[in-house]
Design a protein around this ligand. Structure first.
Ligand code: OXD
Length: 311
């Protein structure tokens, strides 16, 4: 069996997979071209097109992240090979920490205090009950559910949205276009954890951002394509003319890294982090990949992604 790994920390992956499969040849994508031929499995994150194009007998591709958008857009991706992805792999907890931080940032007026500090202003802000701070979570896959559950445990009313109907204890679930509008009209903070697909492109556009109540905030740890950045900037307005969106915490962008001259960098009510909300914890991810390869080899059923749906 031949496994090829392509990711930043490829050496650690190579070592762990070689230990789990002592009879296998485990290579990184930096191996010479002739050695890279005829792999059985690719375990990849943002693989170069040539690595996919040169394979002839793959049994499976393992995407070393939760989002398969990059992989599905890579030229040369063989359409008939099953693709699996990391499912949660510890990312839920990290994502939930990030989102909870963001919700508390706005809920406890940390944005106001940061602005007040600039002016040496000592002015406590009111604290409303958490029951008055509904949070909307768009995307109820494994990670979205985890986040919704943590927000519920923290005491916030949680409204969840997914394309198809779902039922989750403690979460008021909405679906479809009408459901999205209904949810947006009620939440103080909206969190986007959807995959990047044709159907989710600019799901928060000017029309939908306008449905959020005055003073609502936006947290995007999902994918940059989910939000129309220009529309968000307009909805945020400027300090002299504030718009109806109070602020945003953004981890992902339409172009990454966010270009130096992008107006989001300069916006006083936008917090920017560099796509770090939920880095995949290595040991959990390795365990999942080992389990996937064992299942493929044993002919057991695995949950593959649906390339048409994009997740
Ligand atoms: C992922 C990511 O998809 O980190 O896992 O963006």
């Amino acid at each position: 069996m031949k496994i090829i790994v392509h990711i930043d920390e490829a050496d650690q992956w190579q070592e762990a997979l070689a230990e789990a499969f002592p009879d296998a040849q485990v290579l990184t994508s930096s191996a010479p071209a002739e050695e890279r031929q005829n792999a059985d499995y690719l375990a990849v994150w943002k693989a170069p097109a040539h690595l996919l194009e040169e394979q002839t007998r793959l049994k499976g591709i393992i995407n070393l992240g939760a989002g398969v958008d990059h992989l599905l857009r890579t030229p040369g991706l063989p359409r008939q090979v099953p693709i699996v992805k990391l499912r949660d792999a510890g990312m839920g907890e990290l994502m939930a920490d990030y989102v909870l931080y963001g919700v508390l940032h706005f809920y406890r007026s940390m944005d106001c205090y940061a602005a007040q500090q600039q002016r040496a202003t000592w002015q406590p802000q009111d604290v409303v009950a958490k029951s008055q701070w509904p949070v909307g979570v768009l995307g109820l896959g494994a990670i979205g559910r985890y986040v919704a559950n943590v927000l519920h445990q923290a005491g916030f009313p949680v409204l969840g949205w997914s394309r198809s109907p779902k039922q989750i204890t403690g979460v008021r679930c909405y679906h479809g276009d009408d459901g999205l509008g209904e949810l947006l009209g009620q939440v103080q903070t909206v969190v986007t954890i959807l995959p990047d697909t044709a159907a989710t492109q600019h799901i928060l556009d000017a029309r939908r951002l306008a449905k959020l109540p005055e003073g609502a905030s936006v947290i995007n740890p999902g994918r940059g394509s989910l939000i129309d950045e220009q529309a968000l900037l307009e909805a945020l307005g400027s300090d002299s003319q504030p718009g109806h969106i109070r602020g945003a915490l953004l981890d992902v962008f339409e172009e990454e890294p966010l270009p130096d001259n992008h107006p989001l960098w300069q916006h006083p009510r936008v917090l920017i982090t560099p796509h770090m909300a939920a880095p995949t914890p290595l040991s959990d991810a390795i365990d999942q990949v080992i389990a996937y390869i064992k299942a493929f080899e044993a002919g057991d059923s695995v949950t593959t992604i649906d390339p048409e749906a994009g997740y």
